[in-house]
Write a protein that binds this ligand. Structure first.
Ligand SMILES: Cc1cc2nc3c(=O)[nH]c(=O)nc-3n(C[C@H](O)[C@H](O)[C@H](O)COP(=O)(O)O)c2cc1C
Length: 192
């Protein structure tokens, strides 16, 4: 993997700025900014405009609810995500509302909404770290999630903090240069 090349048409600044940090400042996320994140998600595209996403969030002002979300995380994610002042569970509605048939695009659409939310967060100076490493059964139990929703990703959100406060192994990961495949590895302009 190599670093991205420089292009004459640069990518959006929010895309350049966004990254999944693990260090959080000891500062709450303002309520209007939380709403701004969900507003960005709201305008994401979705198959037949189904909008099959649901967000269940908790802040440090709600220790009981926050604890129920935190409790579902894998141990390796608990090490750092406990410092985030805001945790959001993102859920996909499995079936279409209109006909109750399975929505094969639900997770895809939720991912798009989460991407919109993440870029809005970058615009607001916030860090979003998506977490797939959690126990779905635990989240379902702790939060009484009904069967027609699937918890897909938990997001740890807050203002970026000092990486020096992280355990050594995570500090190194936090400060390591980011890597991506070059475009030739994933872009085609011919048949297979
Ligand atoms: C669906 C998904 C699940 C992820 N799960 C975890 C996780 O369990 N723990 C973690 O530390 N990071 C997790 N990440 C963050 C990725 O490791 C991170 O996005 C990737 O290394 C690229 O880094 P960047 O977001 O800073 O560009 C997840 C990201 C996504 C999109």
């Amino acid at each position: 993997m190599q670093k991205s090349a420089e292009f004459e048409s640069p990518i959006l600044e929010v895309i350049q700025m966004r990254r999944s940090r693990r260090a959080y400042a000891d500062k709450p996320v303002e309520q209007d900014k939380i709403q701004s994140l969900f507003e960005a998600a709201r305008w994401a595209p979705s198959s037949v405009n189904e909008q099959p996403w649901l967000y269940l969030y908790a802040t440090k002002d709600q220790p009981e609810l926050l604890g129920k979300i935190f409790d579902a995380l894998n141990d390796s994610n608990k090490v750092w995500a406990g410092n985030a002042p805001l945790l959001i569970v993102s859920l996909a509605r499995k079936n279409f509302i209109r006909n109750d048939r399975p929505n094969e695009s639900a997770r895809y659409d939720l991912g798009a909404a989460n991407a919109f939310l993440s870029l809005q967060a970058a615009h607001l100076g916030l860090n979003v770290h998506q977490i797939g490493g959690f126990h779905a059964a635990k989240a379902i139990e702790n939060l009484n999630i009904p069967d027609y929703y699937e918890p897909v990703v938990i997001m740890a959100i807050g203002y970026p903090g000092d990486a020096a406060n992280l355990p050594e192994n995570l500090k190194l990961r936090e400060l390591a240069p980011r890597e991506r495949y070059v475009q030739q590895a994933f872009v085609m302009n011919q048949t297979f």
